[in-house]
Design a protein around this ligand. Structure first.
Ligand SMILES: Nc1ncnc2c1ncn2[C@@H]1O[C@H](COP(=O)(O)OP(=O)(O)OP(=O)(O)O)[C@@H](O)[C@H]1O
Ligand SMILES: [Mg+2]
Length: 192
């Protein structure tokens, strides 16, 4: 098994070992930091994942965005093309289980978004270093999607402190994060 696979497994195990109450408490702290974060306050349209397998929870973030009249876009995984399709989310009731058991809007109600409409992206992942290098699940979905954003749109990873590692060696296709928000702090990756 290669180095990346070993690291991925190690961090995923640590993440899934957390109790639900712990995940909820940390996710609440991340939402509080996010609410005070200017790029989040200013964004009108935000792309955000729907958490699975012990990721930082995003339901409360989505409700917060809706409460401020903002538009929410979620990624739908298209396995055949190894790509993420950005789709508007208007109601949790529209969701069904899709690829990998991740929730996605029912095919009938899908309204596909233009990646250029996105003002801010909240990115999941397995592990990150402080420079913003990201280890994902190993298919390159986000690396294919992120280059479609408008230049200057901030890529903000949401992660638990236990997902931070000393160094991730990026490949040529890997897109780095601008910020990482954990339950303890907002990391500005440009400063590392
Ligand atoms: N923009 C791209 N164009 C073509 N191939 C790509 C691109 N980005 C990634 N890939 C391919 O996808 C594979 C997986 O990429 P990588 O190891 O970076 O996954 P990951 O970032 O961990 O996964 P994910 O983003 O899905 O969570 C790599 O072998 C790479 O060649
Ligand atoms: Mg990658």
């Amino acid at each position: 098994m290669d180095e990346k696979k070993i690291l991925r497994k190690e961090i995923l195990n640590k993440r899934t070992d957390q109790l639900p109450a712990e995940i909820i408490a940390k996710s609440d702290k991340i939402l509080a930091l996010l609410k005070a974060f200017q790029p989040y306050q200013q964004a009108r349209t935000v792309m955000v994942y729907l958490d699975f397998r012990g990721e930082v929870r995003t339901r409360e973030i989505i409700k917060d965005l809706w409460a401020y009249g903002k538009k929410v876009i979620i990624p739908v995984t298209v396995l055949l093309e190894k790509k993420l399709l950005p789709v508007y989310l208007k109601d949790f009731g529209d969701l069904v289980e899709g690829t990998y058991g991740i929730l996605e809007p029912k095919a009938e109600t899908r309204e596909i978004a233009d990646p250029k409409a996105i003002d801010l992206v909240l990115v999941p992942g397995v592990a990150f270093d402080l420079k913003g290098n990201r280890l994902g699940y190993g298919a390159g979905f986000y690396d294919r999607f992120l280059p479609q954003l408008r230049p200057g749109v901030k890529k903000v990873a949401l992660a638990f402190e236990l997902q931070l590692v000393p160094k991730i060696t990026p490949g040529p296709h890997d897109i780095p994060m601008d910020y990482i928000i954990t339950e303890e702090r907002i990391i500005n990756c440009r400063l590392y």
